[in-house]
Design a protein around this ligand. Sequence first.
Ligand SMILES: Cc1cc2nc3c(=O)[nH]c(=O)nc-3n(C[C@H](O)[C@H](O)[C@H](O)COP(=O)(O)O)c2cc1C
Length: 372
Amino acid sequence: MTRSVEFTGIKFENPFLLSSAPPTESESNIMRAFDAGWGGVVVKTIGLHPVVNVYGARTKFFRTSPDDNNVSMKKRPGAALHGSWNWELISDKPLEWWVPRIRRMKEAHPTKVVIASIMAGSGSDKELRNWQILTQGCQDAGADGIECNFSCPHMDRKDMGSNIGKDEGLCSVVTEAVKEVAKVPVWTKLTPATQDIVVEAAACFRGGADAVVSSNTFPSLPIIDPDTLEFEINVDGLVSSGGLGGPAILPLSLANMARMCQAFPDRAFSAIGGVSDFSQAASYFLLGAGTVQVCTAAMLDQAIGPNVIKRLNAGLDAFLEKNGWNSVEEFRGLRRDRVVAQSKIRRPEGEAYQGGYVEGYAMPDESTTVSS
Ligand SMILES: Cc1cc2nc3c(=O)[nH]c(=O)nc-3n(C[C@H](O)[C@H](O)[C@H](O)COP(=O)(O)O)c2cc1C
């Protein structure tokens, strides 16, 4: 029985990575993450443009409680995590800061996987060249792979972040530019804020991507406090669209993963969204993903998720043992074909079928409502 997987030609001692986000924003975090047992990390996105984050908090957590069913950043006793909300930009450290650190991480942990997340614009040849400069800098430092960030949801520039991920032409062109110089596998991280993510995934594969990664956070707003009339997170009363992650996005991200895995059953996918223990990771593997990444749950567990990775590894071991499988590969994709068109789902026939006109339908009475 083994936890190890091979994904896009890279060997992982386990299929669990910290995603590109605050848990991977520094060398010390990443070293701690490796000591804690993560199979790999995707380094916080590195760019060539200067980055200045907004005043104050860049991430907050939505909680909900059985008393009020409200999704709010206000702390209440007994409230459970609903999601994370952030408007953080990419790393504010330049490429020159990251290069020696990537080198040291790999020297200290040669068996762990370091993927460098990178981002530039796409509106000119100079910007496409920037993707190549970032790729070459990171791979020369020893990164095992590149993850192209086509998914940051809070970019004003029309040629950057999720604006690339919403445009199949740009997805292909940028991937091609990166592949031109890459000697290591290239993953592309797509935005969920698109009509049909299969279109952009196809474009990335046309450009030569070795894997597609999904999801980044979903564009979203914090709620307005009805007492103060202010957004629960704001600067001078103002807010911009930010990104929702954590448990709230698990079903949404599963749906995107299912569509892509069905469209490209032989391609590699790395899954992200709402994972905090093995039960959620299992869903992604069963749909066909080959690795799983985590952000929100790790942020809330000593910044890098030492308990999260313990639970993921223990959960995988127990799952393999219980089912008599030897590796992730033996169950990966087993439920890929169970997602079908609505018309393929069996209906009650004859007497049992009421033609949709059940008396009391949509009334709050469990004996007459259709179960959900
Ligand atoms: C504060 C914060 C910063 C993030 N920064 C990045 C980033 O720089 N690059 C990136 O590709 N994704 C970034 N993400 C997205 C995460 O990597 C991940 O895709 C998302 O949070 C969904 O995973 P989760 O449900 O486990 O949180 C960020 C997320 C958060 C919460």
